[in-house]
Design a protein around this ligand. Sequence first.
Ligand code: GRF
Length: 216
Amino acid sequence: MSRRRVAVLISGRGSNMAALIEAAKDKNYPAEIVLIVSNRPDAGGLSIARAAGIATETVDHTNFGKDRAAFERALQAVLEKYKIEIVCLAGFMRLLTADFVNKWPERLINIHPALLPAFKGLDTHKRALDAGAKIHGATVHFVVPEMDSGPIIVQGAVKVRPGDSEETLSKRVLAVEHHIYPQALKLVAEGRLHVENGRCLIDGLPVPDASELSPG
Ligand code: GRF
């Protein structure tokens, strides 16, 4: 079986990246994590990746000032150098322009710590608590130029408990993230997932609930 070549883009601790690396250790997993790219030289995830024997590259956005196009050209060049087929954003804290996003149709995915389309953007756990949400969770979606808006691939939900703090809630959501991201990447790498009218379908049918998908 030929496995899809995947890059994971990070900016920080890289726990979702680590979950993807772990899932891809299984030789039957349809994707291989061949590259980790960080826009921050001090991202904690880089050392996890090195310890796992995975190539790392840093494309430091601060070297490009306000020139987003130049930053994205450098990023694209790195991805091409490693012959990357699918890109996973995992806590990558840079907005990508339409020029970049449009180079990766149905091959660029992101994990967002909320049940989209609710709570796009930052501070999702605090906002969910402030709103009195009863259900919260995480979403893996295809990236489109508009932030946190692309077709939903997999979602995982948690109940908000009375007395939850941002910390306790984010911890439970993070555990869900580590579960659903490998599931979603598997679906994309298998090549059976397609977007029709803004919705993801597998072999023409809606994607099953995360609880019915294999663990990664
Ligand atoms: C995760 O909560 C992810 O959903 C969000 O940023 C966080 C990154 O955490 N986009 P990590 O670096 O994967 O540990």
